[in-house]
Design a protein around this ligand. Sequence first.
Ligand SMILES: [Zn+2]
Ligand SMILES: [Zn+2]
Length: 289
Amino acid sequence: MILTTGPASHDPTLDFPELALHARPTVRLHPRRGAPGSRDSHLGGPLWWPAAEPWPSCAEHRDVNGRPSGPYPLVAVAQLTAADFPEIRFPDGTDLVQLLWCTDWHDQPHPEGWGQACRLFWRRADDVTDPLGDRPDPGEVEDEDMVPRACVLHPERLTEYPWREELPPGLADRHEAWLAERGLDDDVSTVPGCKLGGSMRWGVTDLPGAMECGECRAPLELFLQLDTYEYDMDAGDRFRPLEERHLDPRSEAGRAAREPTGMTVGRGGHAGLYVCAADPRHPASLFTQ
Ligand SMILES: [Zn+2]
Ligand SMILES: [Zn+2]
């Protein structure tokens, strides 16, 4: 299946060149419910996991009100391969990355310990010669909203423009004024939905002052955005794939397309998993909006 984002209201490379210098690539993942294989790229599917390696659990949530109930196994969120996503900067010798997280609340962005609750595993797929058959039963999941349904991915490469606070002073305002004069919407910045790379919208809190790695202080960059909704209900929304525009967003099929993972991220917003620009193996940071 191919899913295609609609045409943008304008093209900064032609219409507003001042912004064009800040273009960034992003990959819309277009997750849709399905049955991915354990070696495939997916959200919420079975991981290609070595049977001999202990399944990770959250060190912080070992007990509830003093009653031992954990440790909670982490939940599989995403698995991405180098073959499907050559734009990922895989550390040398690796070609598979897996994201697992604790479904319970952790303070943000990354106090000590968060590194244990939201983890990226970088592997070489061929090193897993004896894969785990069944992933462990997560048992009592603290927050079902944080568990993605199994989805296959239909990647689409787009160019987008960054969140206003990541641009030079005044540029976002000039872009906005230019759009307002023409009665256009900004549908080229901070693409919504699940995506790889690019820039996240910080509409709830401002962009934190210091976006740097907790381990080495290198800048953080957006690795993966996870979103409650892939696009708006509005029929004219550019981000409603052309192939799905016949679906009523209120129908079951429409809801499955618009909210494929079934997760409620943040308070119905989105989350960005950021990694260290110098070494993606340093502990990742999650920010919700
Ligand atoms: Zn936890
Ligand atoms: Zn670092």
